[in-house]
Design a protein around this ligand. Structure first.
Ligand SMILES: [Zn+2]
Length: 426
């Protein structure tokens, strides 16, 4: 077996070995819809059979909630096929973000904006339209090539301290460095932050968005827990980590993406901006919620157990013949399937734009992924909408399935049947 995952014994932010497993979860298959290994089908098949632990750990020293079982990023990302423009609503979000960041950073025409994890260049294009010079970095080589071909110069590699140095010498210091939904995906964020410091102008601003750990816990957002997503950041551990690495966190906002995220702004230590009250306000909320103690994580686990038993019950009523399927192939969907006990129940998985033909669910079997048109031929009794945040859109698009007697079930925020009276609870 190729050594494609490992367990680390210490916190990734503060290196403390005092990490406690606070949410044990079912191990999940390593392969995801993102995994494609051209030229090595045998390796891909062998990877697809492997299960990797998905337990959540809490650092007693700094309070970071995190995964400690790490899949080799080369395996996870090199052939990453997900692109931003597929995500409904995000381009608009990016244009608004470009406007806000320009204002906060006091950007002028020609200033350099660097984005780490820039994907297909959607956000950078919004800055370019405003007159900034832009440069992207993304290890997904195909996305980087496509972005460059479309006019957003993008380096197809991982961002490191060395790359930060090279960019500064080739392009000058960046007034803004952006890192959206990437910081949480990196096992050693210290190297990335070193690189950010290296490339950032003295009066520059580092801007990041990341899923908010406090929302993941409070709202039981189990479908945001998967191996790409290594850290479930809250403000307190991040502020401490930045300070230890020469950056001051100066403001934090809560935003809606991914069911609950934060957008943070940091500057080189001693920079021109004053710290906004938002930082201490969120730290106080996190303390009040007990996020440094095990209690909220026990509740999370208990709510997860409840979701599983509620879902089992509603499936028993909605699909008595066992003709059950699911909708929405994604990495979060793999987690939902394995944590909610759906692995052996689903006959098919449907998606409006399938990117692979099977979702691996472990040694025993793969769940076939079909285009959503097949829903009308297969006519399952009930379909669990794994992409539950888009349930209204999916149900509207597939109203005919409902008209013909089909039933849509939602696993979150509470187990429910779509369209049932009092939707939102069982
Ligand atoms: Zn720590």
């Amino acid at each position: 077996m190729v050594d494609i995952w490992h367990h680390r014994g210490a916190c990734r932010l503060c290196s403390s070995p005092r990490v406690e497993r606070v949410v044990p979860l079912n191990s999940i298959p390593m392969s995801t819809p993102n995994l494609g290994m051209p030229g090595d089908e045998a390796l891909a098949r062998s990877i697809a059979r492997e299960r990797v632990p998905l337990d959540l750990y809490l650092c007693a020293e700094c309070g970071l909630l995190q995964l400690l079982d790490i899949i080799d990023p080369a395996v996870l990302y090199t052939n990453f096929r997900y692109t931003t423009s597929i995500s409904v609503g995000l381009p608009e979000h990016f244009r608004a973000m470009a406007a806000e960041v320009s204002e906060r950073a006091g950007l002028e025409a020609g200033d350099l904006v660097l984005e780490i994890g820039s994907n297909d260049g959607t956000l950078l294009r919004a800055f370019a339209e405003r007159g900034q010079r832009v440069l992207g970095v993304d290890p997904a080589v195909k996305a980087a090539q496509a972005a460059t071909a479309a006019g957003v110069e993008t380096l197809g590699t991982f961002f490191t301290k060395d790359l930060g140095r090279r960019i500064r010498s080739d392009h000058g210091a960046a007034r803004v460095v952006i890192c959206n939904n990437t910081l949480a995906n990196i096992d050693e964020p210290g190297d990335l932050i070193e690189g950010v410091k290296t490339v950032l102008a003295e009066d520059g601003l580092f801007v990041f968005e990341t899923s908010y750990g406090a929302d993941v816990v409070a709202k039981t957002l189990i479908d945001t827990v998967y191996h790409e997503h290594l850290s479930y950041f809250t403000v307190a551990p991040l502020e401490r980590f930045f300070a230890a690495n020469g950056l001051d966190l100066v403001a934090v906002e809560r935003i809606w993406t991914k069911g609950g995220s934060i957008r943070g702004f940091a500057q080189p230590a001693g920079g021109p901006r004053r710290r906004d009250p938002s930082v201490d306000a969120l730290i106080a909320e996190e303390t009040a919620a007990g996020l440094r103690t095990v209690a909220p994580y026990r509740s999370f686990r208990a709510r997860l157990d409840r979701l599983r038993s509620d879902l089992t019950e509603i499936i028993g009523r909605a699909a008595p013949e066992g003709r059950l399927a699911a909708f929405g192939a994604s990495v979060g969907g793999v987690t939902l399937i394995s944590q909610l006990g759906l692995e052996d129940r689903l006959r098919n998985l449907y998606d409006d734009a399938p990117m692979s033909d099977a979702l691996p669910t472990g040694e025993a079997r793969n769940i076939p992924i079909k285009p959503s048109s097949a829903l009308y031929e297969d006519r399952p009794e009930a379909v669990v909408i794994l992409a539950w945040r888009y349930a209204d859109r999916i149900a509207a698009r597939h109203a005919r399935y409902l008209d013909e007697g089909g039933r849509f079930l939602l696993p979150l925020p509470d187990v429910s049947e779509w369209g049932a009276k009092g939707t939102g609870s069982l």
